[in-house]
Design a protein. Sequence first.
Length: 360
Amino acid sequence: MTRVFNFAAGPAVLPEPVLEQAAQEMLDWHGSGTSVMEMSHRGKEFISIAAAAETDLRELMAIPQNYKVLFLQGGATLQFAAVPMNLLRGAKCADYVNTGEWSKKAIKEAQRYCTVNVAASSEDRNFSYAPEQAGWKLNPDAAYVHYTSNETIGGVEFHWMPDTGSVPLVADMSSHILSRPMDVSKYALIYAGAQKNMGPAGLTVVIVRDDLIGNSLPATPSVLDYKAQAGADSMLNTPATYAVYIAGLVFQWLKRLGGLQQMEQINRAKAAVLYDFLDQTEFYYSPVARGDRSLMNVPFRLRNEALDEVFLKQAQARGLRELKGHRSVGGMRASIYNAMPLAGAKALVEFMREFQVSHG
Ligand SMILES: *Cc1c(COP(=O)(O)O)cnc(C)c1O
């Protein structure tokens, strides 16, 4: 068996010990005689799996008691609609910060439900930075402020927390949740698709302050209503049981590792391997402002774009996979989520150096 280094943006690499444990438990979970996939979501075995996953996530992120943790479906994309449906609460507008492809999609979807005020944008410099809070034009009547705390495609990460006063702050953390400690208490709502940094596709985690729920738009489907889902322990209908189980194993893996502070140190070391190299070569470059570079998604470019294809082909042959940048921006992108080992970042830089020598 050979495992490659998978730099995909999502679905993405998972920790090997998690995959091994899942393989061992595949046919017979803890003596139950069935796989988790075959269990009733209402049975005590699966309920214990889901409860443990929630407890471990609460512990890892230090989620305060007055927040609900929901295990939903539909991806972050469905949350683009669910957020306004639940959080407008009679208001007519919301503030959005536009920092790239995912922000744009969130804005477009929200516009179906309310007037969107784009409070700040980095479109002027091709979404290559996080706009400073001083320049944000927040609307005091906004129901909430939404931002994409890590733009997966552009590789732009907010390394600071916006201050929106009493206006609820909402973050799409899909591609950097659990990569480092975050102060959940400063947010009204955090959402994230699991397939970047938590587990398989099919699960979406929503963390929402409980005083904000219960006032959704009348046309909100019940599975999208946070209050209804919270009241049913996220089991208004059949949840993504296997995805919840795997995410639970990922949470346990993170706890064994020492939690999010430890994870952050590892992630910083990994990102430094790549960025330090990119900064000392003329052959490649990072298109992202230095202070706003993502620890999780590292876009980079070859100065000579004619070499892109051969670069990707040779990387592929070396077991360095999924380095092609998003189709909307081109170039390269290395996603180095929690489960990517330091050895993966080092192997990539070693290849990049050799490629430069033979093509520079
Ligand atoms: C991947 C991603 C999404 C979309 O997630 P889906 O689960 O495919 O809906 C939204 N926002 C960000 C920041 C992402 O990285």
